[in-house]
Design a protein around this ligand. Structure first.
Ligand code: ZN
Length: 315
């Protein structure tokens, strides 16, 4: 970590020097706010609420699994020049801990969207599998960080974004509040559509490749069984796989889910073992720039997930 910090410090110095030399070619500073979001579901919240008052950028590029991402040497400098940073918190952005003090020192407003929310504890059952490929222990998680997959919790995160935007730019309070209301309405509709569909489910148990859907499961009275732990890198033991195969047979499970950004290999192995098929559940980050331009969003992803859950659990 010391090495990373010195690389970042060097990068800050170089960026600073470079900045002195570029005057003629520098484009006029855009009016409005520049806001960074840590990854797509956070970017969507800020974009919807800030509307045309801000340029919103995601640190983790769309379509990249956020558990794997690490900041670039230039990331700190970019953040320090912005107006606000919005992140999920609850341990999702482990890389942020070292950068936060320097970002705040530069006068940037930082927003932890999980602040004040009721969080689920990190599932101890997954702890023994919580090792990376080199066998090193990962930073211990206290909470399950995948909050945004619950429309109810996501709306609370949206409220935190609204409050922060108003603090940052009170002149546009009405505009932000109106945008928030539009988003909140969509999230309420999503929530009631989930409740209605789940009431008709014959089975309540679904198997996923990594434990990204616990908040969704808890919200709607479903049971999520992860093949892997909370991070997609953790590998399950053969005993764990055998145990899951047994549960699948007992529950007559016909579909095994995998996240769109995680290799389907494990889910396929389990599916083959029990004669089931695989289906996608998208944890919200599995969306590309191209798909966003075509109108896909957090909301459409959550409806695609609902369709796949219906397919698996209504039979
Ligand atoms: Zn995850």
């Amino acid at each position: 970590m010391k090495k990373l910090i010195s690389i970042i410090m060097a990068a800050v110095l170089i960026t600073g020097l470079a900045a002195c030399g570029r005057t003629a070619e520098e484009p006029a500073k855009q009016s409005g706010l520049t806001i960074y979001a840590s990854f797509y579901p956070m970017q969507f919240l800020v974009s919807e609420i800030a509307g045309d008052k801000a340029q919103v950028k995601s640190l983790v590029p769309a379509g990249v699994e956020p558990h794997d991402w690490e900041p670039k040497p230039r990331t700190l400098a970019e953040l320090q020049e912005s107006d606000m940073l919005v992140y999920n918190g609850a341990g999702m952005e482990a890389w942020l801990g070292d950068l936060l003090p320097s970002i705040e020192k530069a006068g940037v407003k930082t927003v932890n969207t999980s602040m004040g929310l009721d969080l689920l504890p990190f599932d101890e059952k997954n702890a023994d599998e919580h090792e990376d490929e080199e066998g090193e222990e990962e930073v211990a998680l206290i909470y399950d960080p995948h909050i945004w997959v619950s429309p109810v919790k996501y709306k609370q995160q949206a409220q935190n974004v609204l409050d922060a935007l108003i603090e940052l730019d009170a002149a546009n309070q009405e505009y932000y509040s109106a945008n928030y209301e539009k988003l909140a309405e969509q999230l309420d509709k999503l929530d009631s559509d989930y409740r209605q569909a789940v009431a008709g489910f014959k089975s309540k148990v679904f198997i996923v490749s990594h434990s990204a859907f616990e908040y969704l499961a808890k919200e709607y009275g479903l049971t999520q069984l992860p093949i892997r732990g909370v991070t997609p890198q953790a590998e399950p033991s053969p005993a764990k796989l055998a145990e899951l195969a047994e549960i699948c047979r007992e529950n007559n499970i016909k579909y095994i889910f995998f996240e769109s950004l995680v290799s389907p290999k494990l889910s396929e192995t389990l599916a083959n073992e029990i004669g089931a098929q695989v289906l996608v559940l998208n944890d919200g980050q599995g969306i590309t720039e191209e798909q966003m331009k075509q109108g896909r969003s957090y909301i459409t992803i959550m409806y695609e997930n609902l369709e796949n859950l219906k397919k698996a659990l209504m039979q």
